[in-house]
Design a protein around this ligand. Structure first.
Ligand code: IPM
Ligand code: MN
Length: 357
């Protein structure tokens, strides 16, 4: 296969972990006889510094014309002023919107080798394997926003909107995924308070009943879901929810495993190129020190091969290699427990994975 992959290193540890994922992708290309062309473009803070915008048109154009996009991370203290007109996060929001990436898949899986890294008791974590399906181009992150003077000082509005069309298409993604898994879908909303959640619940329920009668389906309020995720996470298979709730619950979910540095995610649209990235952020405090865990980005590259290029065997080769490296006790600092010293750096970890591939 000939594939054009756009790399968006971004800020902080982004460039380091992308460099390592590139080495892994080139190894896979070599081993399986593919030709991948990897090209870097700026996004986030680094793009603001050079171009005055977090998502230059050239970057967007290259992503749209590619076969798949691999992103590092964006943001950092340098661009953190919440009142700034131009912010790194705008690059992410805009690329999702422009590329129509409405479905964000965030698998929360426990690597048995790292079971001890979770802040939750091992018996609670046993069997945890959740696929979060977060709606990514609608809801309150994209609704109308206003800010105005008010007799008391100021007033601000952010609006949460969903159309039945947006709800149906994300619920279908969740349901299709559930059919390949344990056949259970949980929809999370706040229907006891929000009108938009009542529409979500009605629409999701009707669709699941008519199109997916073969699947188990239940609904949970978002506040209760936060509780259930800590007390009985193994009870969930596929969880579908809106943009804001999904943002919050997936951070909770990722920390549950104790290894944020291990988790990849995929953002998919309607057949166009997908965007693949680690769940973690730009970690500016450890940037440039060869301390970041590259495995989340390497596993995002595996998701890119599976979901973006339809190369499941190549994806499995990476995942198996990562598992073997963990079996061998090789750890970056973030996933090492006390007995596991010394730890390796970013580059050595990726080299270990490459050795296994
Ligand atoms: C994420 C991030 C983004 C989001 C931010 C950086 C805009 O937190 O991907 O979860 O909220 O979607
Ligand atoms: Mn987030």
């Amino acid at each position: 296969m000939n594939a054009g992959i756009v790399l968006l290193p971004g800020d902080g540890i982004g460039p380091e972990v992308i460099d390592e994922a590139e080495r892994v992708l080139m190894t896979v290309a070599d081993r399986f006889g593919h030709s991948f062309t990897l090209t870097r473009y700026p996004i986030g803070g680094i793009a603001i510094d050079s171009f005055g915008t977090a998502l230059p048109e050239e970057t967007l154009g290259a992503c749209a014309a590619s076969d798949a996009v691999l992103l590092g991370a964006v943001g950092g203290p340098k661009w953190d002023d919440p009142s700034a007109a131009v912010r790194p996060e705008q690059g992410l929001l805009r690329i999702r919107r422009e590329m129509g990436l409405f479905a964000n898949l965030r698998p929360i899986t426990v690597f048995p080798q790292l079971a001890g890294a979770s802040p939750l008791r091992p018996e609670i974590m046993t069997g945890v394997d959740i696929l979060f399906v977060r709606e990514l181009t609608g809801g309150i992150y994209f609704g109308e926003q206003r800010h105005a003077p008010d007799p008391s000082g100021e007033i601000a509005h952010s609006t949460m909107t969903y159309t039945t069309g947006e709800i149906k298409r994300i619920v279908r993604v969740a349901a299709e995924a559930a059919r390949t898994r344990r056949k259970h879908v949980t929809s999370v909303d706040k229907a006891n308070v929000l009108e938009v959640s009542r529409l979500w619940r009605r629409t999701a329920g009707a669709l699941m009943g008519s199109e997916y009668p073969d699947l188990d389906y239940n609904v949970v309020l978002v506040d209760a879901m936060a509780m259930h995720l800590i007390s009985r996470p193994a009870a969930f298979d596929v969880v579908v929810t809106g943009n804001l709730f999904g943002d919050i619950l997936t951070d909770l979910g990722s920390m549950m495993t104790g290894s944020l540095g291990m988790l990849p995610s995929a953002s998919l649209g309607n057949g166009g190129p997908g965007l693949f990235e680690p769940i973690h952020g730009s970690a500016p405090d450890i940037a440039g020190q060869d301390r970041a865990n590259p495995l989340a980005t390497i596993l995002a590259a595996a998701m890119l091969l599976r979901h973006g290029l339809d190369l499941p065997n190549e994806a499995s080769a990476i995942e198996t290699a990562v598992s073997r490296v963990l079996d061998a006790g090789i750890r970056t600092a973030d996933i090492a427990t006390d007995g596991e010293k010394p730890v390796v750096g970013t580059n050595a970890m990726a080299s270990a994975v490459i050795g296994e591939i």
